[in-house]
Ligand binder design. Structure first.
Ligand code: PLP
Length: 473
């Protein structure tokens, strides 16, 4: 008879094979083309149209299919020459934690449904506060209403902050007078979050930025004043610490002050740059965190905490619980009703939640604060090295001030915009490295982000050689 459950012994045998496969993937990923070149529909067509009716497959055979059918259809985010987007850098401890989490298979929606799931998460969020030098009032073990929670993504963190902010000003009904604010360079997830929260796109004011692409605090103050004068209700502002296009830092302390004066919820999206704060000399990335209502960053981008894992802290978590808590009979329990425990289902949109906190636990235990800082520092050094090469070469220029591990460059000379676009296309088509386009000040530019786990100077040198060789006249 087929279709029996896999026995623990069989799982153990196959598990070793699967772990072996992943380890050798990491060993050889640098030799694969970074970007997938499959045509749309190719992977889909390679799989049978119907599921197997009998379960005869030895799952070891699936690994051969992964090699043959799946790998060509992947863009290899763990390739050491992946310089695109922001990274999602994985690590051994991160993957092992995911394995543990899946094996335990708990749903920590309420404290009572698995107390360790909630309490490890609380402790990890407190560890991160210390690791990044964030203010103590964000800790769970601080005597106050603050604390942090894990979300799946920065987009969800912004949405949850938006919902809490909305709850502070209205219980629902007519939302048309609400206004939110963010920089013209903010990530699209802010407008998306506002949509989900019931706002039209034009209810989010895109505040102009200065020459460094950072939000202008004076323009924010003017926009708020004009809206108040027009009888509208400013309620939420998202400042970005490290924008996606150019790693610009909005002036959080000034923005937080303006928000506090106007009674507006101030959220900081430090999606990638927040990780830099593990280096004491880079803690300026958290400037102003002590004054804001919520602050968020993604350990899954640059801190080796296998996707997905986002930290979100609140100065006061009560508006979040007010906004998101609904308790039908089947979710009631004695501990929740006693008020002595935290139920993280009330701090997020979905009900269910996996044991995600195992990832930062293993990552921090494996690397330690010093190890994490060492790796981040090296990526920043490599970013600076590339920026210096650009500065020293008249064929290129920087399109934005270099910051942390991001370099944004373009070609100089005649027809520079066309040649910048062609350069990017050639580099990406080579399969040797992957970069991302952007537009700054109305002109095309190329983003290079150094942050993959196995990226070293060898890969940055090779990228520079590739850029030089791919230049057109
Ligand atoms: N915020 C910023 C500044 C980002 O750069 C990104 C993604 O790169 C996001 C938010 C969205 O991140 P996530 O995929 O975690 O929602």
């Amino acid at each position: 008879m087929t279709g029996e459950h896999m026995s623990p012994d069989e799982f153990r045998r196959l598990g070793h094979e699967y772990v072996d496969w992943v380890a050798s993937y990491w060993e050889r990923v640098g030799e694969l083309p970074v970007q997938s070149t499959v045509a749309p529909g190719e992977v889909f067509a390679s799989l049978p149209a119907s599921p197997p009716s009998t379960g005869a497959d030895d799952l070891a055979a699936v690994l051969a299919d992964v090699d043959e059918l799946i790998l060509p259809g992947l863009t290899h985010w763990q390739h050491p020459s992946f310089f695109a987007f922001f990274p999602a850098n994985t690590s051994g401890p991160g993957v092992l934690a995911d394995l543990l989490s899946s094996g335990l298979g708990v749903n920590g929606m309420n404290w009572a449904t698995s107390p360790a799931c909630t309490e490890v998460e609380m402790r990890m969020l407190d560890w991160f506060v210390e690791l990044l030098g964030l203010p103590d009032h964000l800790r769970h073990d601080h005597d106050g209403p603050g604390g942090g929670v894990l979300q799946d993504s920065a987009s969800s963190a912004t949405l949850v902050a938006l919902l809490a902010a909305r709850k502070r000003v209205t219980d629902g009904g007519d939302l048309s007078r609400l206004r939110a604010y963010t920089s013209e360079h903010a990530h699209s997830s802010v407008v998306k979050g506002a949509r989900v929260a019931g706002l039209a796109d034009d209810q989010v004011r895109l505040v102009p930025a200065d020459a460094t692409h950072a939000m202008r605090a004076d323009a924010l103050a003017d926009a708020i004043e004009a809206d108040v004068a027009a009888g509208l209700v400013p309620f939420f502002c998202c400042a970005t610490a490290g924008t996606t296009s150019s790693m610009a830092f909005d002036p959080v302390p000034e923005i937080a002050d303006i928000c506090a004066t106007s009674g507006i919820w101030c959220h900081v999206d430090a999606a990638m740059a927040g990780s830099a704060a593990v280096c004491p000399e880079l803690r300026w990335v958290t400037d102003g965190a002590e004054r804001v209502d919520s602050w968020s960053f993604n350990p899954h981008k640059w801190l080796f905490t296998t996707f997905d894992c986002t930290c979100l802290w609140f100065r006061d978590a009560r508006p979040v619980v007010d906004a998101l808590s609904i308790t039908p009979v089947y979710l009631r329990n004695e501990q929740s009703e006693s008020g002595a425990v935290v139920d993280f289902r009330d701090w997020q949109v979905p009900l269910g939640r996996r044991f995600r906190a195992l990832k930062p636990w293993l990552v921090m235990r494996h690397y330690g604060a010093d190890g994490l800082a060492r790796h981040i520092r090296e990526h920043v050094r490599l970013g600076r090295l590339l920026a210096d090469r650009v500065l020293d070469d008249p064929r290129f220029e920087l399109a934005a001030p270099p910051a942390l591990n991001l370099v944004v460059l373009r070609c100089t000379g005649d027809d520079a915009d066309r040649r910048t676009t062609e350069l990017l296309e050639r580099v990406n088509a080579s399969g040797e490295a992957l970069l991302t386009p952007t537009v700054l000040d109305g002109r095309p530019a190329i983003r290079v982000c150094v942050g993959q786990t196995w990226t070293t100077q060898v890969h940055v040198d090779a990228l520079w050689a590739l850029l030089e060789r791919s230049l057109s006249s």
